[in-house]
Design a protein around this ligand. Structure first.
Ligand SMILES: Nc1ncnc2c1ncn2[C@@H]1O[C@H](COP(=O)(O)OP(=O)(O)OP(=O)(O)O)[C@@H](O)[C@H]1O
Length: 658
């Protein structure tokens, strides 16, 4: 009896393309894996036991969002169940009248009241159905929105160090799939509850006709239920085993639609390779679909045969009751009608309960994610940072990333005074970006202290720390919104003042570029949308500068700001960073590999393997014989020295071709 066994999760075979492209299966760090066991353990009883608890969760959320809509929904469903019972009783009344003795006109007259009440019950059911649809349309979006908002708000407040922890990150991201589960569970629960109500009504009517008929109904329903659960479990097992395969096809074919992959897709013929692989892997998946289809057909035959046999037995029972038990023909007619309807309700209840069970797993993930996110949230409250300008002091600061085997920073001490440019230099991986994140208050040190105007960041109101900082990084975040909004988002908490956006763009030397775009400031920074534009890397970097200038805070943390800039723009950028400190209050923490730019910094800290190994002005550091900074500087300078053959002329901005 292969069909009765727990479905297996045998891995799909490796296709030729997978072998060529991935050297075997392409496996993901998958969130789905954890669902396999609960889903495969799913049985009718486990679902039935969990149903009240699931309903309670949904009802709690629905009551919080719109108690009136929930009350109407519950009331309408109860009334709908009553109408079903009423309809069955009316049908019985009609049949009793029609099967009685006497002339046809009398029989029809006697049946009329039951006929009218049945019609009224049917009309009421339709109206109640409409009311349920209307209330659902009001309640569902509210619930979905509330869940999403709670999730996004939580995600925006999680400490960055927690986000670095793979396990936490995985659990948090899994929660996303549960944000619309409550809505789907509510939807299914409406079906389940109304199905159960109608089923109960049918069972009560059958019991009133003869108690054996309820048993017959259970016998008819049981194989159907079994069949539905077996098919569902097999589908889950297959989905689980094939999820990596499905995702691998998605990952592989995604670049075909991307504009930035276009040249290699065409010139190297990569598109052909990807399309062939998609076809090859698709053929393997098609075989699995065929296998599922065949298995489902066999299960259906078994379930239908068992259910059909039970139905024959039920009708035999009715026959016997008619012949030997004295049951009136009208009652038998009502019983046939009730059995037919009840089987339909049962199918609905089984299918919708299966959905609810699956969704409840995702909902649990969302609740766990929100709880976990709250545990790792940036604390609110604390001491505000006092005074104008900021003096950031790091004392013996060490920092280790979650799960890392060694410290990224070791006992670092430095000061960023107001009105100064402080530069951080060092080889790749020496800890500059990590240090900048600690200065910004994004990470808390593993040991040591970071303080803002004497207030330790750990005890400070973190909002007040963030409120003093403007960030400018190498990879400027291109938000999917207008270019204007992309500048304004630097300080999105205050209303957008177009004049100020323009002024910031002017200072960042990007105003003309934006204003010459076909839709100017209203261009959308996302290709593929109406008014969409694609800015170059250097243009984005300038938009990033405009964003930081618009924010206009006392401490500017600038990480490799010129990577995408041409030489002229690079020189102008470093000059303008220096100008920022002219007010004696604004300071700049500058991270760069261009050592010519650090020469004018007020103080330079040289990092090596997470430690500060030298510090001072350019002049002082260059005076250290065999110094690290001097070595790096001379190495960089020598590249220019060997290639310079005369005066170098930086070409002027290109004029338009037309
Ligand atoms: N999110 C992270 N999780 C774990 N380790 C990290 C993480 N980010 C950086 N590291 C490690 O911390 C060390 C310092 O990295 P960091 O990015 O601060 O160096 P950097 O000096 O800014 O390098 P670059 O000049 O290449 O930008 C490196 O060994 C790096 O591998």
């Amino acid at each position: 009896m292969k069909l009765l066994r727990k479905p297996t999760t045998t891995q799909p075979p490796v296709s030729k393309s997978e072998q060529l492209l991935f050297s075997g299966h392409l496996r993901h760090d998958k969130a789905w894996a954890q669902y396999a066991d609960p889903l495969l353990r799913m049985s009718f009883w486990s679902m039935a036991k969990q149903f009240p608890a699931m309903l309670a969760v949904i009802a709690r959320i629905a009551r919080r969002e719109d108690p009136r809509a929930l009350a109407v929904l519950v009331g309408a469903q109860l009334a709908s169940g009553v109408m079903t019972a009423f309809l069955l009783v009316s049908i019985n009344g009609v049949l009793v009248a029609l099967f009685s003795d006497g002339p046809t006109t009398d029989k029809l007259r006697d049946a009329l009241p039951a006929l009218l009440s049945g019609g009224a019950a049917s009309s009421a059911s339709v109206l109640l159905g409409c009311l349920i649809v209307k209330v659902e349309a009001r309640l569902y979006p509210k619930i979905e929105l509330a869940c999403r908002t709670a999730y996004f708000e939580m995600m925006a407040r999680v400490e960055m160090s927690a986000m670095e922890d793979k396990d936490i990150q995985r659990k948090l991201s899994m929660g996303y799939y549960g944000t619309d589960s409550v809505r789907r569970m509510l939807d299914s629960s409406v079906w389940v509850v109304s199905g159960l109500m109608s089923l109960t009504a049918a069972a009560v009517v059958l019991a009133s006709l003869h108690v054996f008929l309820v048993g017959a109904l259970a016998l008819i329903a049981a194989p159907r239920w079994w069949g539905a659960v077996v098919v569902m479990r097999r589908a889950y097992a297959s989905r689980h085993a094939w999820i990596d395969h499905t995702r691998a096809v998605d990952v592989l074919t995604y670049p075909i639609t991307r504009a930035d992959a276009t040249p290699e897709l065409r010139v190297h013929g990569a598109g052909r390779v990807l399309a062939d692989a998609s076809q090859d892997m698709g053929a393997t998946a098609a075989k699995e679909k065929e296998r599922l289809g065949s298995a489902e057909a066999v299960t259906e035959i078994i379930a239908a045969t068992m259910s059909g046999t039970a139905r024959v037995l039920a009708y035999a029972l009715l026959w016997w009751l008619l012949v030997a038990g004295g049951m009136p023909l009208a009652a038998a007619g009502t019983a046939v009608f009730a059995i037919r309807n009840a089987t339909g309700y049962l199918n609905t209840v089984v299918n919708q309960m299966n959905h609810m069970f699956e969704e409840s797993l995702y909902l649990t993930d969302m609740n766990n994610a929100i709880k976990l996110g709250q545990e790792h949230a940036i604390p609110t409250g604390g001491s505000p940072v006092p005074g104008d300008g900021v003096r950031v002091v790091l004392e013996d600061v060490s920092f280790r990333y979650p799960g890392a085997e060694k410290d990224a920073l070791c006992e670092v001490s430095l000061t960023i005074p107001p009105g100064k440019v402080v530069a951080l230099v060092g080889e790749n991986g020496s800890g500059k970006t990590t240090l900048a994140a600690l200065v910004a208050g994004l990470y808390l040190p593993t040991s040591g202290r970071v303080s803002y105007n004497g207030v330790e960041v750990r005890d400070a109101d973190r909002e007040s720390v963030f409120g003093r900082v403007a960030l400018l990084s190498q990879n400027v975040q291109a938000w999917p919104m207008t270019v204007k909004a992309n500048v304004h988002i630097g300080d999105g908490s205050r209303p957008l003042v177009h004049r100020e956006v323009e002024a910031a763009a002017e200072r960042a030397d990007v105003r003309t570029v934006v204003e010459e775009l076909p839709h100017g400031w209203d261009s959308i920074a996302l290709k593929g949308f109406e008014r969409g534009v694609k800015l170059s890397g250097g243009q984005w970097q300038r938009v990033g500068v405009a964003r930081a200038l618009y924010r206009g805070r006392e401490l500017n943390i600038v990480d490799e700001p010129t990577a995408a800039l041409d030489p002229r723009a690079e020189i102008e950028m470093f000059e303008s960073l220096h100008e920022l400190t002219g007010d004696g209050v604004t300071s700049v923490l500058l991270i760069t590999h261009r050592l010519a730019a650090t020469a004018t910094a007020d103080v330079i800290y040289v990092l090596h393997e997470g430690r500060v190994i030298e510090s001072g002005t350019h002049g002082r550091l260059m005076a250290i014989k065999d110094g690290h900074y001097r070595g790096l500087y001379e190495l960089q300078a020598s590249q220019y020295a060997t290639t310079t053959t005369g005066t170098t002329k930086v070409p002027h901005q290109r004029e338009g071709c037309a």
